[in-house]
Design a protein around this ligand. Structure first.
Ligand SMILES: [Fe+2]
Ligand SMILES: [Fe+2]
Length: 134
C-alpha cells in the first residue's frame, strides 16, 4: 500500500503542476517502499538525491509561473518551498541516516505536501487561472 495515493482530490487545475505533483507522490512512495523493505541506506541516499532535485525543479517551475503572473502570494509561497528544500537538504547531509530517520522524513513530507498542495498550490492555481489559460 503506497504512503500517498494520487487521485482527483490532488488536482490543482494546472495540468503541468498536476503531473509534477503525481511524480512527487510517486517518488515519496518509492522512498517509503525502500524504508519498509529495509533496503540498504545507499538506495535511500540515491532516492533522496532524486527527490531533492525533483522538489527543486518543481518549486522553481511554480515560482516562475507566479512571477510571470504577478501572483501576490509569491514571496510567502516561495518561503514555504524553501522550508521544504532546507528540510530535505538537512536530511540528505546527515551522516547518521537510518531507516528511522527516513520514516521521520516521510512523515514530514506527507504532511507538508498534503497541507501545501491542498491549501497553497490550489489557491495559487485559482489565481493563475484568472490570469490566463493553464
Ligand atoms: Fe506544488
Ligand atoms: Fe507550491
Amino acid at each position: 500500500m503506497p504512503l500517498m495515493q494520487f487521485n482527483d482530490k490532488w488536482l490543482v487545475g494546472v495540468a503541468e503542476l498536476d503531473s509534477q505533483h503525481e511524480i512527487l507522490l510517486a517518488t515519496i512512495n518509492k522512498l517509503y517502499g525502500i524504508a519498509l523493505r529495509r533496503e540498504a541506506i545507499a538506495a535511500l541516499d540515491g532516492l533522496v538525491d532524486d527527490l531533492a532535485s525533483y522538489v527543486d525543479l518543481h518549486c522553481a517551475y511554480e515560482e516562475k509561473l507566479f512571477t510571470e503572473a504577478d501572483y501576490p502570494g509569491a514571496v510567502r509561497h516561495k518561503g514555504e518551498h524553501d522550508k521544504l528544500r532546507r528540510h530535505i537538504a538537512q536530511f540528505a547531509a546527515r551522516p547518521d541516516k537510518d531507516l528511522c530517520l527516513a520514516l521521520d522524513l516521510l512523515h514530514v513530507l506527507k504532511q507538508w505536501l498534503t497541507d501545501h498542495i491542498m491549501r497553497e498550490d490550489k489557491a495559487a492555481c485559482a489565481y493563475l487561472n484568472t490570469r490566463g489559460n493553464f
